[in-house]
Design a protein. Structure first.
Length: 206
């Protein structure tokens, strides 16, 4: 009987021991967050103290070398371009003047009166400044020089103005006149014929 009781007690002890679960600690999230913040504050304070204890080094300012910027270079390039453009225009005027000086005035007169496009004298008078359909061509050279000098005409020179007025009549329309002149003369006339025509027009006048 005692043996049975003892066996029963042992069995109960084993069962209780086996069923006992170790109690796990309960973590409080709020507490953990507070601890983390506290540790962070301590770390920051320590770092600030370490930085404050380091000697201050004054920055050394080196003299700055003035270097040309892209803007400066662009301005210089623009100025060079404008100078070159002006020089090119003057060179073209000089070359045109030389070509006209060696042109055939008589052939230019023939082209002025006999060319059918219509002919120049259909709309322009050669012996007067008076208007026909377009302005008279008498004294065209001296009037052109005067108008360029006074800023009325924006052209590099009188030869360029007269020449361009023939092949590109819309570029230089005299104030008070319509842009009615045909633009077919550049295709119809050779370069030499254009020089001859300009030479004839330049010869008109006092």
């Amino acid at each position: 009987m005692k043996f049975k009781m003892l066996a029963t007690v042992l069995i109960l002890i084993l069962v209780v021991t086996a069923c006992t679960v170790e109690e796990k600690p309960i973590y409080d999230a709020e507490s953990l967050a507070e601890e983390a913040r506290a540790e962070a504050d301590v770390s920051i304070a320590s770092t600030q103290t370490e930085i404050a204890s380091q000697p201050t080094v004054e920055p050394t300012i080196e003299p700055t070398e003035v270097v040309a910027t892209d803007t400066d270079e662009a301005a210089e390039d623009t100025a060079d371009t404008e100078t070159n453009t002006s020089s090119d225009a003057l060179s073209e005027e000089e070359a045109l003047a030389a070509a006209v000086a060696n042109a055939d005035i008589a052939n230019g007169e023939l082209l002025f009166t006999a060319l059918t496009v219509p002919a120049c004298n259909t709309c322009h008078l050669a012996d007067t400044e008076a208007m026909l359909v377009g302005p008279g061509q008498y004294n065209i050279y001296s009037r052109t020089v005067e108008n360029i000098e006074n800023g009325v005409i924006d052209a590099p020179g009188p030869y360029t103005y007269i020449y361009e007025s023939i092949i590109n009549p819309g570029d230089y329309v005299v104030e008070g006149f319509a842009n009615a002149m045909p633009d077919a003369y550049e295709a119809l006339l050779t370069e030499q014929q254009l020089y001859d025509l300009v030479a004839y027009l330049v010869s008109l006048g006092d």
